[in-house]
Write a protein that binds this ligand. Structure first.
Ligand SMILES: [Zn+2]
Length: 431
């Protein structure tokens, strides 16, 4: 018997998601929904750019109309850090809240999840953080009701049990992933994405695309080692037939609409499709997981020096998450294609490429080329060199990727340090 034969593989997968309410103007129903969940004192989490925005104003009014006591916390940091999480935990822990609402991009929704988790089960921040960076302990039990209201068509955080942050000491993103963190409901209102700057709208769209492409191409769940106990079965389980459906549809919808929403933000139909695609992709990757693209994106984001995208208000340099992700994606899909060329061609086909006469050995290149085509049409930077990185940074980028086990373990093709060096080098300039 070889070592390989002794591994026990996973034999099951689960499908979990938040309940979803979709429709233009549906934000005003949040009071009704929160009341039904039994909450009477609610903490509303958003970021400083959104504190006076329509989605926040409408939500606060809706909550007050049904006599829910409401406290606004508008200091969620865009791209949260351990420091910003500690601040919200302190606020939430002294507030005696029995319900939480996150309004904004992934950052605000993730911050609300953290407020809920640590005010319900107080612990050191690293207790529930993914191993090996944190202790990876499972959340002890159910949390208080939470509703998420996305204002960008991107993260899909309204459907997932994941909260991501920068661990400042390591200059890398990590996170907490557990089913109980998942909001009970996501309120998807296309009216809420009207005022997003173009570059953010494009970045968010590429985040959606990569969530979907990664869940389709991730290591299949039955090729993952079985969990030590049922408690330890990860939220990110690997590719599975149900995630595949949601992610496939999201690839189609995003590829069809990403250029439209960036070129014409008043295109209501395209915006509605994009926010729905973000949710579809969230349902896919919330169960299947993402892999190398996201794993490599975390140090790209965490090590930012001076980059600031055009039209974005931020007190600190920032490379938007979706931008970090898409910048490394062409190299990754060229690398993973050999594990399952048909699947990579299938993904390219969903993006609109005619693959009828394509050669299997070109699968990675075909998919990468199509992604780059959309990047160029939406004004994305030309590779990680355009956001401030050079060949001297490659080693640190590699070292920042290696501990991202939660996601890199799901790569269909394992990547060692040498592979990662090549992938980052290839991502410096894309065209
Ligand atoms: Zn993402």
């Amino acid at each position: 018997m070889t070592e390989q034969d002794k591994i026990k593989y996973e034999t099951a997968f689960t499908m979990a998601t938040s309940s979803i309410k979709y429709g233009p103007g549906v934000t005003r129903e949040v009071g009704y929904d929160m009341k039904k969940l039994g909450s009477s004192r609610v903490m509303v989490v958003t970021d400083p750019n959104l504190s006076d925005s329509e989605p926040v104003t409408v939500s606060l009014q809706a909550l007050r109309e049904v006599n829910i006591e409401t406290v606004l916390f508008d200091r969620a940091r865009v791209e949260p850090t351990d420091t910003s999480f500690k601040e919200v935990i302190k606020f939430a822990s002294s507030g005696n809240f029995d319900g939480f609402i996150g309004i904004g991009g992934g950052s605000s929704m993730d911050t609300a999840k953290i407020a809920n988790l640590f005010s319900t089960y107080p612990a050191e921040l690293l207790t529930y953080v993914n191993a090996p960076i944190g202790k990876g302990q499972p959340v002890p039990g159910p949390l208080k009701p939470m509703i998420a209201i996305p204002t960008t068509a991107g993260t899909g955080s309204e459907t997932t049990g994941v909260a991501i942050f920068d661990l400042e000491a390591m200059h890398a993103k990590t996170g907490i992933a557990h089913r109980t963190l998942r909001p009970i409901m996501g309120i998807i209102d296309p009216n809420n994405t009207r005022t997003v700057p173009k570059i953010i709208s494009a970045s968010c769209g590429f985040d959606v695309l990569c969530h979907a492409l990664e869940s389709v191409t991730a290591l299949p769940y039955h090729k993952r080692p079985a969990p030590e106990s049922l408690d330890m079965r990860p939220a990110y389980q690997g590719a599975n037939p149900i995630s595949h459906l949601w992610a496939s549809k999201a690839i189609e919808m995003t590829s069809e609409n990403i250029v439209k929403v960036v070129q014409d933000p008043s295109d209501e139909k395209a915006r509605a499709e994009m926010i729905l695609a973000a949710t579809f992709a969230g349902i896919g990757f919330g169960n299947a997981g993402v892999h190398l693209v996201h794993g490599m994106s975390y140090p790209v984001s965490g090590m930012v020096r001076e980059y600031m995208p055009e039209g974005v208000k931020s007190e600190h340099p920032i490379i938007p998450h979706g931008m970090c992700v898409v910048l490394v994606s062409p190299a990754v899909f060229r690398f993973t294609a050999q594990t399952n060329p048909e699947l990579h061609l299938y993904a390219a086909k969903l993006m609109g490429v005619d693959v009828s006469s394509a050669d299997k050995k070109d699968a990675g290149e075909i998919l990468a080329t199509e992604i780059i085509k959309l990047m160029r049409a939406t004004g994305m930077p030309n590779g990680i060199s355009a956001v401030g990185y050079g060949s001297n940074d490659i080693e640190e980028l590699v070292q920042g990727t290696l501990p991202q086990h939660r996601v890199t373990k799901l790569s269909p093709r394992p990547a060692n340090a040498e592979d990662l060096r090549k992938l980052f080098a290839e991502s410096m300039t894309l065209w």
